[in-house]
Write a protein that binds this ligand. Structure first.
Ligand SMILES: Cc1ncc(COP(=O)(O)O)c(C=O)c1O
Length: 382
């Protein structure tokens, strides 16, 4: 790993920095064995050899990761999710082998814990003493929790219309909340001012390289759970796109290590009231334009401009995947379906099920394919 202390954006081009591990020094086969042996006890940190942690260092952890990859079946369907008469969450998806990566099981109820455990770990080890983040909700709760675990203060900027539970949970975890009249982008500007004034480490999406290192472990776990085979496709609810970029990085690293080969088509799902990546993908652009007046109650997807837009679009294009939008109503109904099948899903998680149906209908998901939906948070987070 190359250290990037006091990290922010690339000083030359103001684009995000990514961690580069020296994979040529690692033995893929030996690593695979070590990761198998460690099992799930160490959560996502069982992949520590390709995470931002040096030998002898200890992570700031609450047991994040090691979430289940659940086969998706209608209730009572037995061992198969291939039935054609299903009236459960697999309805309209027959012929596929569907899984849900259930990220609601993380310590604060969302996948954000992976990224913030990684970022707080590396930053703390590098001497950071204070954090700041703009958040749609889940990342703020998570940062407050992990900073608290490290014994350090965290300031969280939230849009004023963020659900009140999020604010309460952030404060309960010791976070210092500031509400901002405006969107996540306005919160981002406030966080940057605070960071400049106080020297706090700004863990905004992709303004530092370590959250991606945590997020990529979702894909490492998926590939491991599938017996070191990559899935044919993933469907990811996309705001800032860290899970997609992380998945893309994880697959590249596994391939470089000779551990898993094959490609996964990546599909980004956004809310139809805020779909800058979908619009850019359809227009064949390498970057996305800002989405004016975003409107969606899927707060994690209310991101009008993503700093890593070009990386997301590159991952979608190079993987042969795509981007699509669903309505809030479709996402909410699909989340409720997942709930009835025993998987507590946030509206963002529901969006992936609604999107998978759309993809199957238009023929983008073929018979027999293994498809993974990302349920990024528990229903109770909002
Ligand atoms: C529950 C949930 N799902 C999805 C997202 C979007 O994630 P990303 O920024 O990695 O695209 C968020 C981000 O806030 C979220 O909280």
């Amino acid at each position: 790993m190359e250290a990037v202390s006091g990290a922010a954006l690339c000083p030359a081009c103001a684009k995000p920095l990514l961690v580069r591990h020296d994979l040529s020094r690692l033995d893929g086969a030996a690593l695979q064995e070590i990761w198998e042996r460690r099992g799930c006890d160490q959560g996502m940190w069982r992949f520590r050899e390709i995470m931002p942690l040096r030998e002898g260092e200890e992570p700031v952890t609450l047991g994040e990761g090691a979430t289940p990859l659940l086969p998706l079946r209608r209730p009572g369907a037995g061992g198969s999710c291939r039935s054609t008469s299903a009236r459960g969450p697999d309805a309209g998806l027959d012929g596929l082998t569907l899984y849900v990566k259930d990220e609601g099981r993380n310590p604060t109820g969302s996948f954000k814990d992976r990224g913030l455990s990684a970022a707080v770990t590396r930053a703390t080890l590098d001497g950071v003493t204070r954090f700041v983040i703009p958040s749609a909700g889940n990342a703020g709760v998570s940062l407050a929790t992990y900073a608290g675990r490290a014994g350090l203060p965290a300031r969280v900027y939230l849009p004023v219309d963020t659900p009140v539970q999020v604010e309460r949970r952030t404060r309960a975890a010791g976070g210092e909340v500031r509400q901002v009249e405006g969107l996540i982008t306005d919160c981002g500007a406030a966080a940057r001012r605070y960071a400049r004034r106080t020297g706090a480490f700004d863990v905004s999406t992709l303004r530092e390289p370590y959250r991606i290192e945590g997020k990529k472990t979702m894909m490492l776990e998926i590939v491991q759970a599938l017996g070191w085979r990559v899935p044919d496709a993933i469907v990811y609810p996309t705001g800032g796109g860290t899970g997609l970029i992380g998945s893309w990085k994880a697959l590249a690293e596994l391939e470089a290590l000779g551990i898993a080969t094959g490609s996964t088509r990546m599909y980004a799902v956004q809310a139809d009231g805020c779909a800058p990546i979908v619009r850019a993908f359809r227009e064949g652009r390498p970057e996305a334009e800002v989405w004016e007046e975003p409107e969606t109650s899927a707060y994690g997807l209310r991101v009008p401009a993503a700093l890593g837009d070009f990386l997301i679009l590159r991952a979608l294009t190079e993987s042969g995947g795509g981007a699509l939008a669903v309505t809030d109503e479709e996402a909410r109904l699909a989340a409720a379906e997942l709930g009835r099948a025993g998987i507590s899903a946030s509206i963002e998680g529901g969006a992936t099920l609604a999107a998978a149906r759309q993809l199957r209908k238009e023929g983008s998901l073929a018979d027999g394919e293994a498809v993974v939906l990302f349920n990024t948070a528990h229903a109770l987070v909002y």
